[in-house]
Write a protein that binds this ligand. Structure first.
Ligand code: ZN
Ligand code: ZN
Ligand code: ZN
Ligand code: ZN
Ligand code: ZN
Length: 616
């Protein structure tokens, strides 16, 4: 029997990147740290992303020729068996598999019975909020109902059986029993999920014992396929032609105000001292500058780099949070340049110029520039991961913390870039009802553990245009998928909505594979007059959700209650398509509802009137 353990190169960042646990043909593996990667590996170029992430460069996993994970000299990203506790479906004997037991190209077989019997991985693993992952201590579990003295009487730690009873259902039907002579301790798995005071191993399965941290975080037992086992931290950059990015006028003016402050020189002198915090707060209040700007200006003035933000208990700093939006926005809004191998775009429109009939005229007024990208190159790098929750301790892709590169893949694709009309948008944003509505979301966001992470996408302060454009991107992806046959999972969004950089658009793109070519299907959807029709149908569809009125009236749904009128039935996307983990969405800003005027609301009414008139 020959095995095919296929992990495509493009999947070595997502979804099977460092730290991910996954099943292939009844076996379960974990992707190891990049310290174990083969020396020979192709480089992936993206100077811009490397700069932003503060790393020396990127490498891709070499394409695996024979699809075998377990040969010493195998190419490809390395994976090791995890969990190491396996069981036999026939005799129920449990076996702890060590790396030395692996036989290249053969799945593990039961040592106790028929040699064709393949062992299955245990369904449960343990994780902690510091990003560690380990086997459940099944011996402890079987003996956990005994007093410590009795427990110590057990003569062996590896004689276990994983029983299944037909007298019960669910987890209650499962139990782990010690088969050591004279012991027989046993416990069912009814309440195995959760925290049980078991100790954390302080490491991930590929790390050596001497790399283990002294971890005191409570460990949780979870299913190995549970969503909270792995939260990858991925950053990506589009390849754009090197161009002068226009100076950021708003930020320059703010910097001038900071330097003109009476407290600026005292702050520079006191940097790091006791008074610095007070000066800083006063300058921030007077000028409206934020910490990032003050840090940058202080570093310029004094040469002292700000201390890296570290967790309170000396935990390692989180990942670098890049802002790639400015240059990309500039590239899409600049006059079109001759195509390059990695960036080929053309400007078009909705084809509604001179249109006076509603709803088309109204749609044309609200939409700005359309740019079709026939070819895009995107580099996606895996910075690391988290476990338990998206705000837990960050674990870098190099768990040895010696390497300065990151694993990455390059993907080619195509896209449709849409901006909203700047003046219409500004006018809509000035409406007090819109501002009040988004202020409520901003408050929820500031209370969320995700605030820092999301600020990397939203900009310094959550703005109405971010929520509008983000929801618009989701609705557009859903509509395009409906009309073009692309799956929503193959489409992605990039939201350009930082008011401080005067951004007001979105890119919907596909960059799905390691294939060189793109099909052109998405760009076709962006041609006139098709896109205008798509946008109109999208808007009409968004006015109603099958979960209404519940969905429409929601004051906080989704993760950390960061969504308003947005649910699985109307606006959510697969995780991989969304930059914010499906948060900060609200249909009412697009189509209106409750007490908020929607940006596209007037064209829905116009479309209905037009449709009624056509019927008569
Ligand atoms: Zn067996
Ligand atoms: Zn025992
Ligand atoms: Zn731990
Ligand atoms: Zn809904
Ligand atoms: Zn999204």
């Amino acid at each position: 029997m020959s095995r095919k353990l296929r992990v495509r190169q493009a999947q070595t960042v997502l979804p099977f990147g460092v730290g991910a646990v996954f099943d292939i043909q009844g076996e379960s593996f974990v992707a190891t740290g990049i310290g174990d990667w083969p020396r020979k590996r192709p480089e992936v170029h993206s100077a811009r992303l490397a700069d932003q992430l503060g790393v020396s460069g990127f490498y891709a996993a070499p394409p695996a020729a024979d699809d075998r994970y377990d040969r010493q000299d195998a190419a490809g990203a390395p994976y090791i068996r995890f969990p190491s506790w396996l069981f036999c479906g026939a005799c129920r004997r449990m076996t702890r598999r060590r790396i030395a037991d692996e036989k290249p190209g053969t799945p593990p077989r039961c040592p106790g019975c028929s040699p064709v019997r393949q062992l299955a991985p245990m369904r449960f693993v343990q994780i902690c909020a510091d990003g560690h992952l380990g086997d459940v201590d099944w011996w402890f579990w079987a003996h956990s109902r005994l007093a410590p003295a009795q427990r110590h009487g057990c003569p062996a730690r590896d004689r276990l059986r994983f029983d299944v009873s037909d007298r019960a259902t669910g987890l209650e039907a499962l139990s782990v029993t010690c088969t050591a002579r004279g012991c027989g301790a046993s416990r069912d798995l009814l309440d195995v999920l959760g925290t049980h005071g078991m100790r954390c191993s302080g490491r991930n399965p590929w790390q050596r014992l001497d790399e283990a941290a002294d971890c005191v975080k409570p460990v949780q037992v979870v299913q190995r396929t549970a969503g909270n086992v792995y939260y990858p931290v991925v950053s990506s950059a589009l390849d754009i032609p090197e161009a002068e990015v226009p100076a950021d006028a708003g930020r320059e003016a703010l910097a001038e105000r900071v330097r003109a402050s009476d407290l600026w020189i005292p702050l520079c002198r006191a940097a790091g001292g006791a008074r610095a915090g007070t000066y800083r707060d006063m300058i921030k209040e007077d000028t409206g500058a934020d910490d990032a700007l003050l840090d940058a200006l202080l570093a310029e003035e004094t040469g002292i780099e700000p201390a890296p933000a570290a967790g309170g208990d000396g935990a390692p700093a989180g990942p670098a949070v890049p802002d790639l939006s400015r240059e990309e926005w500039a590239a899409f809004t600049a006059p079109v340049q001759p195509p390059t191998r990695d960036f080929a775009v053309r400007a078009t429109g909705l084809g509604l110029d001179g249109e006076t009939a509603e709803p088309w005229a109204g749609l044309g007024r609200r939409v700005g520039r359309i740019v079709l990208a026939d070819r895009l190159r995107e580099v996606r790098a895996l910075q690391g991961f988290r476990r338990v929750s998206p705000s837990s301790t960050f674990v870098p892709a190099d768990t040895s913390r010696r390497l300065r590169w990151l694993p990455a893949v390059e993907v080619f694709g195509e896209g449709v870039f849409v901006t909203l009309d700047r003046d219409e948008l500004t006018a809509w944003e000035r409406d007090r009802r819109v501002r009040d509505h988004v202020a409520g979301m901003r408050e929820d966001l500031s209370r969320s553990f995700q605030a820092d992470r999301l600020a990397a996408v939203t900009g310094e302060e959550l703005s109405p245009r971010f929520v509008l454009l983000h929801t618009f991107a989701h609705l557009l992806i859903r509509q395009l998928s409906f009309e073009s046959g692309y799956s929503t999972a193959s489409l992605r969004e990039r939201v350009y909505a930082r008011p401080e950089h005067d951004q007001h658009g979105v890119l919907v793109y596909t960059a799905a594979g390691d294939a060189e070519g793109t099909l052109g299907g998405l760009v076709q959807q962006g041609e006139a007059p098709r896109l205008a029709e798509t946008l109109l149908r999208m808007t009409e569809a968004a006015a109603w959700c099958s979960a209404d009125p519940l969905c429409a009236e929601h004051t906080g749904q989704g993760f950390d209650s960061l969504n308003r009128a947005a649910c699985h039935a109307c606006a959510l996307l697969p995780e991989t398509s969304c930059e914010t983990g499906n948060t900060l969405l609200d249909r009412s800003l697009v189509v209106g509802g409750g007490h908020v005027p929607g940006y596209f609301e007037p064209i829905i009414a116009a479309a209905r009137t037009a449709a009624a008139a056509a019927l008569e």
